[in-house]
Design a protein around this ligand. Sequence first.
Ligand SMILES: [Fe+2]
Ligand SMILES: [Fe+2]
Length: 303
Amino acid sequence: MIAVENQAPVSENAIPKDASDGFVVPESNAFGQSFRDYEATVRLSIVENTYRLNHINQTYDFVKRTREEYAKLNKAEMSIWEAIELLDSFVDESDPDLEEPQIQHLLQSAEAIRKDYPNEEWMHLTALIHDLGKVLYHSKFGSLPQWAVVGDTHPVGCAFDESIVYHKVFLKTLVNYYFKENPDYNNPAYNTKLGVYSEGCGLENVLLSWGHDDYMYMVAKANGTTLPSAALFTIRYHSFYPLHTEGAYQYLMNEEDRENLKWVQTFNKYDLYSKSSVHIDVEKVKPYYESLIKKYFPEKLRW
Ligand SMILES: [Fe+2]
Ligand SMILES: [Fe+2]
């Protein structure tokens, strides 16, 4: 059981499923390309440029300052569903698989999880809201650039791991490292394996590159959601591919992180899977999700 006081519990019998367990993960998307196949995508240059800027600009100081600013939650007051509607006009340019409107991506992943885990309503709601932090694009939220909203995340304040996407870029015979242009790269306080952290310190104490994941986590937590810690962990780390997919940075985790990691790995399959062309009838499923929102969140949230 992974629950703390005031939070809805994860059922004892809820086990994160393996990809092979009753859920077939397709190997290619609607365009016949492999998921996250950055080389194959026609949008490569936009994707690569977003990561170039991300690697150069996401310093320890930038993340600390930005996190403090958004922790004030003084940008807007709106319900979860209003945030979904606000987000719906955006397309995530860092993501070569995603051409669908955001509301479709949110509902597709939620509905796919609902099918496989009918009794875990907290997972359905987690999927529905996992990307809502992308409201950071909106002028009300400071119109943050792509590199500070979307894309994979990684720790700052310690050395950049080789598993980070675009860590190394090949230009014919040349190898390029965008991280070399990040001021932290040459700072001895930040460029060792542990940097400012200690072994097993827990991800709670680690700063990750700033983006929609951490922001939505902050919003959910500060507004008193009753979602379980597995849900908050999933929202916060769903773009932390170096950890949940590549297995890097494991030495920063504590026991609770290791427990919750299974859920973010389970969730990830649905996040990727749902980036397909199955169209969900919004009006048909809306009452169900409205009821979940009502159960786990206040009517209006501070953002
Ligand atoms: Fe996301
Ligand atoms: Fe997503």
